[in-house]
Design a binder for this molecule. Structure first.
Ligand code: GN1
Ligand code: MG
Length: 340
């Protein structure tokens, strides 16, 4: 294990670093809170960037820098990164890439939200997209085809064809169910090719726990900006509901816990439509129910492909974890499909 304090010392920080402790539940990067002398609460956040996934770290930090600068110009609270002593926004230690940001104090994250909070969240993500809609400088597509469902289905097909670890035989049911719905679930990409559906600057990882609230339910800051890139507005709307409207956990082993909560759906949609007022096209609005189904569907496809590939992408806590996640996301998809 690397000396985390020494890594923090590579950044423009004047305080004496007292302690570095693990934080968060992300499936991709490793995150730590940094304590300094004289402060009880954490002062900074240290993160190891997973550069197997974010391969172009310069582009990654450049995107984030453009977005946070744009938001700050509009007086919006956003993440604040600390420069490394090398002048860049990251430090490379010879093997790993690291970055440091200011810890947002007195913030609360939720794994689950009430209708009232999801209304606020809808407004915030809607406003986030509106605020970024006039960005002049283009953002790089940090993970190409990230939310392209046709591409994700192709990856699943490739995984099945290779069947690297012999897991295909146990997941036939899910494969059949997924591919049965291919036509209806790829409509977004078709509308895009027909020139009817635009791409916009989106957050692309709008999980509930990527939003920091204060104790009164106001949104303090939207975090985890790694995947901010051009995408359909469906990304932010759909991925939030995938986590918020799920009455169970993303990886709930008990499928009976999982349902698609229509109260949350309605409240979030109301907020989102207010936050995006004057900027969404009719075709985008009409397809919001599709977006709410698309994200559990896409996440099933991604977890299943990773399971078939022998768990190379998502961090897992036990050997069957990606299969459990697949089943849980599929149940959520079925419930959404039934209700929408
Ligand atoms: C990953 O970084 P994290 O854990 O917030 C993933 C998302 C998935 C999510 C599923 C870069 O997000 O796309 O929806 O896990 N991020 C990347 O929990 O693949
Ligand atoms: Mg993320």
């Amino acid at each position: 294990m690397e000396n985390l304090k020494e890594i923090v010392s590579k950044f423009e920080i004047n305080e004496n670093i007292a302690d570095v402790k693990p934080m968060g539940e992300g499936l991709i990067n490793d995150t730590y809170k940094v304590f300094v002398d004289g402060f009880e609460k954490p002062k900074y956040v240290l993160q190891r960037i997973n550069n197997a996934i974010f391969q172009d770290v310069d582009m990654l930090m450049d995107n984030i820098n453009k977005v946070t600068t744009h938001l700050r110009k509009k007086n919006k609270n956003t993440l604040q990164f600390i420069s490394a002593k090398n002048g860049k926004l990251y430090h490379f230690d010879g093997k790993k890439f690291w970055r440091v940001m200011v810890f947002v104090p007195d913030s609360i994250t939720y794994q689950a939200v009430t209708p009232e909070y999801s209304y606020i969240a809808g407004k915030s993500f809607g406003e986030f997209e509106s605020l970024l809609s006039d960005m002049k400088e283009p953002l790089g597509e940090i993970i190409p085809d990230f939310h392209n469902i046709e591409f994700r289905l192709k990856q699943l097909r490739d995984a099945v064809a290779e069947d690297r670890v012999g897991r295909v035989k146990e997941v036939r049911y899910y494969l059949d169910e997924i591919f049965k719905r291919e036509e209806k679930m790829t409509i977004g990409e078709r509308l895009f090719r027909e020139g009817k559906l635009p791409k916009r600057v989106c957050h692309c990882d709008t999980k509930v726990n990527n939003m920091l609230f204060d104790k009164d339910g106001n949104v303090l800051c939207i975090i985890d900006l790694d995947t901010v890139m051009p995408s359909f507005v469906f990304s932010d709307y759909g991925d939030f509901l995938r986590t918020a409207a799920n009455t169970g956990a993303e990886d709930d082993p008990n499928l009976d816990n999982i349902d698609f909560n229509m109260e949350i759906f309605k409240a979030f949609t109301k907020g989102y439509l207010e936050g995006t007022k004057g900027f969404l096209l009719p075709i985008e609005k009409e397809n919001l129910p599709y977006a709410a189904m698309l994200f559990p569907y896409m996440q099933t496809v991604r977890f299943l492909a990773d399971y078939i590939n022998g768990d190379t992408y998502y961090k897992i806590k036990y050997p069957e974890h990606n299969l459990v996640r697949t089943k849980a996301q599929w149940r959520l998809f079925e419930r959404a499909e039934m209700k929408l």
